[in-house]
Design a protein around this ligand. Structure first.
Ligand code: HEM
Ligand SMILES: *[C@@H]1O[C@H](CO)[C@@H](O)[C@H](O)[C@H]1NC(C)=O
Ligand SMILES: *[C@@H]1O[C@H](CO)[C@@H](O)[C@H](O)[C@H]1NC(C)=O
Ligand SMILES: *[C@@H]1O[C@H](CO)[C@@H](O)[C@H](O)[C@H]1NC(C)=O
Length: 518
C-alpha cells in the first residue's frame, strides 16, 4: 500500500519524497511529519473552517475583540478567553518515574503449547494472537530529559487479551535495586533532584545505594554498557518479578517472563552516550518512530522460566527476591512466542502520555507471587494514575481492553465517556443476565509463606554479582570500572569507601581496577 509522495515547497524549491503508507498517513522521516500530514488533509478536509471546541465559527484567528481600534480587549470576546483558558490547562502531571518514553502498537503471538499446562490464561494458548501497546522509557529524568543517559529503561507491555488487560510492566535489566517496596519512594528521591539545589546529586544516590547493598548486582548491570542501550529495538526486556501461574486444576507454579531481542543487542559506550545526549536528546525516541514508520518492525522472543513449588522451596536463594536473577543455566528458559511492534501512535499525548500500565492488571491464570517489591507495585500504579489521569482513564482507547467490559458498578466521575446508560448500577441485581467470572478463587499461599519468611544471609547480596562480573569480557570489565569510577569520583570519601567495600565483596579484581582509576 506504500506510495511515493513528493512535494515541492515554493520557498526553498526542495523536493521532499517519502514512502508514506496510505492508511496510516505517517512519514518515514520524523522531520517530514507536517508535510505528510498535509497530504492527508488535501484528500479529506482541505478548506474546512476552523471552529471553537463547541463548533462555532471563529472568523479572525489573530486579533482579539477590542473597544475601538486601540482600546482594551473586551471580556465578551469569549473565543479569545477560551483559547487562553484551554491552553492554560494543557499540562497534566508527568509520571513520577519513567516520565519520558516512546510507545508503539504491536502483537503478541504464542507459538508453543508450553504454557497451557501451567496457566489457564487464554493469552497463553498456542496459536493465540493479542494486540498490544508497548511503552519504553527512562526512569529518572523528566519528560524532556536526554534519551541516552545511564539509566534503566522501562519495557512496559499492555497485552489486550480476550480475558482483559495483562500489563507486564518490566525493565531492560533482569533485577532491581531494592527488594522491599517500602524503600521505593526514598530510592527514587535519590535518583531525582536534590531538594535544595535542584541538581542531580551523586552523593544522595551513592549514599542510599551503598547503604542498601542488595543493590550491588543491579549496579553491575547499570554501570556496564547495558546501562546505555543503543536503541530501544536493541535491548532485552524482563518482567523482573516472579509471578504465579495457575492452571484449570488450580495447580500453581512460579514463573519469570523475558523478552529476548531479535535484532542484534547493541549498547553505547559512555563517551558515545554522552555525545548523543548533547547532539540529539531524543535519539531513542526518533530511532523507534522512524524504524516503525519505515516498516522495519522490531520483534522480541517471548520466553518463560518455571519453578514448581518444590523447586522454589529448595532453591539456594529466595526465588521471590527481585534483586536476584534466575540465570538461565540454572533455571531453563523456554521460548513461547513472539512480540512484534508494527504501528506508531497517531497522537503522542493521547496515546503514549495517557497510557497507563499497572502490574496489578492480570487476567485469570496469572497472579502475583509474594515478592515484596511486586506487592507494593500492585497498589502504587492505579493510585498514581487516579492522580495523574483521573478516575476514568480506562475509557481512553489506548487503555481500553478489547473484550467486552461490563463494570456496571463503576460510575460517574470526571470525564465519564461511557457510563453504561440505564444498566443497573449495583450488584447483585435481578435485571441483568451477566454472571460473575471466576477469579482468584483457587489460589492460596499454602507453600509460599515458608519461603517468603526466609531471611537472606549477609553474603547473599553478592554472589550473583560475582557471577555476572566473571561472565564479562575484558572490555566489559574495563568499561564497568571506568563508568563506576567516573560516578564515584565526586562522591564524599566516606560514601565512596562504603561503595568500594561493596564492590570488593563482588571481586577483588574489580576493587583493584576501581582503586587504580580513583
Ligand atoms: C515498589 C516498587 C515500585 C513502585 C512503587 C513503582 C511505582 C511506579 C509509578 C508510580 C509509576 C508511574 C506510573 C504512571 O504514572 O502511570 C511507575 C512507572 C513504571 N515503573 Fe515502576 N515502580 C516500582 C518498581 C518498578 C520495577 C521493579 C519495575 C520494573 C520491573 C518498574 C517499571 C516501571 C515502568 C516500566 C514504568 C513506566 C510505565 C509506563 O511506560 O507508563 N517499576 N512505577
Ligand atoms: C503450536 O502452534 C504452532 C502454530 O502456531 C504449530 O506449528 C505447533 O505445531 C503448535 N504446537 C503444538 C504442540 O501444538
Ligand atoms: C555491549 O554490546 C557489545 C556489542 O555491541 C557487546 O560486545 C558487549 O558485551 C555488550 N556489553 C554488555 C555488558 O553486555
Ligand atoms: C551488606 O549489608 C548487610 C546488612 O544489610 C551487612 O550485614 C553486610 O555486612 C553488608 N555487606 C558488606 C560487604 O558490606
Amino acid at each position: 500500500m506504500a506510495k511515493l509522495v513528493c512535494w515541492v515547497t515554493l520557498l526553498s524549491l526542495v523536493v521532499f519524497c517519502n514512502s508514506q503508507s496510505e492508511e496510516e498517513g505517517y512519514c518515514t522521516s520524523a522531520a517530514d511529519q507536517l508535510m505528510c500530514f498535509k497530504t492527508t488533509l488535501d484528500e479529506t478536509n482541505e478548506g474546512d473552517a476552523l471552529t471553537t471546541g463547541q463548533g462555532q465559527g471563529i472568523g479572525d484567528i489573530a486579533n482579539s475583540k477590542t473597544a475601538g481600534p486601540r482600546g482594551p480587549t473586551l471580556i465578551e470576546d469569549a473565543l479569545h478567553l477560551k483559547e487562553l483558558a484551554q491552553f492554560d490547562r494543557e499540562r497534566i502531571p508527568e509520571r513520577v518515574v519513567h516520565a519520558k518514553g516512546a510507545g508503539a502498537y504491536g502483537e503478541l503471538h504464542i507459538t508453543s503449547d508450553f504454557l497451557e499446562k501451567y496457566s489457564k490464561a487464554a493469552v497463553f494458548r498456542n496459536g493465540s494472537s493479542s494486540p498490544l501497546f508497548l511503552r519504553f522509557s527512562q526512569v529518572a529524568g523528566e519528560l524532556g530529559s536526554q534519551d541516552t543517559v545511564r539509566d534503566v529503561r522501562g519495557f512496559a507491555v499492555k497485552v489486550k487479551t480476550e480475558e482483559g488487560i495483562w500489563d507486564l510492566v518490566g525493565n531492560n535489566l533482569p533485577v532491581f535495586f531494592i527488594r522491599d517496596a517500602r524503600l521505593f519512594p526514598s530510592f527514587i528521591h535519590t535518583q531525582k533532584r536534590n531538594p535544595q539545589t535542584h541538581l542531580k546529586d551523586t552523593n544522595m544516590a551513592w549514599d542510599f545505594l551503598s547503604l542498601r547493598n542488595e543493590s550491588t548486582l543491579m549496579l553491575m548491570y547499570l554501570y556496564s554498557d547495558l546501562g546505555t542501550p543503543a536503541s530501544y529495538r536493541r535491548m532485552n526486556g524482563f518482567g523482573v518479578h516472579t509471578f504465579k501461574l495457575v492452571n484449570t486444576e488450580g495447580d500453581s507454579v512460579f514463573a519469570r517472563f523475558n523478552w529476548r531481542v531479535n535484532q542484534e543487542l547493541r549498547n553505547l559506550t559512555a563517551e558515545e552516550a554522552m555525545g548523543l545526549a548533547g547532539k540529539n536528546p531524543d535519539y531513542l525516541l526518533q530511532d523507534l518512530y522512524e524504524n516503525i514508520a519505515q516498516k522495519n518492525f522490531p520483534s522480541w522472543t517471548f520466553t518463560v522460566q518455571i519453578l514448581n513449588a518444590d523447586e522454589a522451596e529448595n532453591l539456594h536463594f529466595n526465588p521471590f527476591d527481585p534483586t536476584k536473577v534466575w540465570f538461565t543455566d540454572e533455571i531453563p528458559e523456554y521460548e513461547v512466542g513472539k512480540l512484534i511492534l508494527n504501528k506508531n501512535q497517531n497522537n503522542y499525548f493521547a496515546e503514549v502520555e495517557q497510557s497507563a500500565f499497572d502490574p496489578a492488571n492480570m487476567p485469570c491464570g496469572i497472579e502475583p507471587s509474594p515478592d515484596k517489591l511486586l506487592q507494593g507495585r500492585l497498589f502504587s500504579y492505579l493510585d498514581t494514575q487516579y492522580y495523574r489521569l483521573g478516575v476514568n482513564f480506562n475509557h481512553l482507547p489506548v487503555n481500553r481492553p478489547v473484550n467486552k467490559v461490563i463494570a456496571n458498578s463503576y460510575r460517574d466521575g470526571h470525564m465519564n465517556y461511557d457510563n453504561d446508560g440505564g444498566m443497573p448500577n449495583y450488584n447483585p441485581n435481578s435485571f441483568m443476565k451477566a454472571s460473575a467470572l471466576p477469579r482468584y478463587k483457587e489460589s492460596t499461599y499454602r507453600l509460599d509463606s515458608d519461603i517468603v519468611d526466609r531471611h537472606e544471609p549477609a553474603n547473599d547480596n553478592f554472589f550473583q554479582a560475582t557471577q555476572l562480573y566473571e561472565s564479562f569480557s575484558e572490555t566489559d570489565k574495563i568499561h564497568l570500572a571506568q563508568n563506576l569510577a567516573r560516578d564515584l569520583k565526586p562522591v564524599f570519601p566516606f560514601i565512596r569507601e562504603r561503595a568500594l567495600k561493596n564492590f570488593e565483596a563482588v571481586s577483588s579484581d574489580l576493587f583493584d581496577r576501581l582503586q587504580q582509576i580513583l
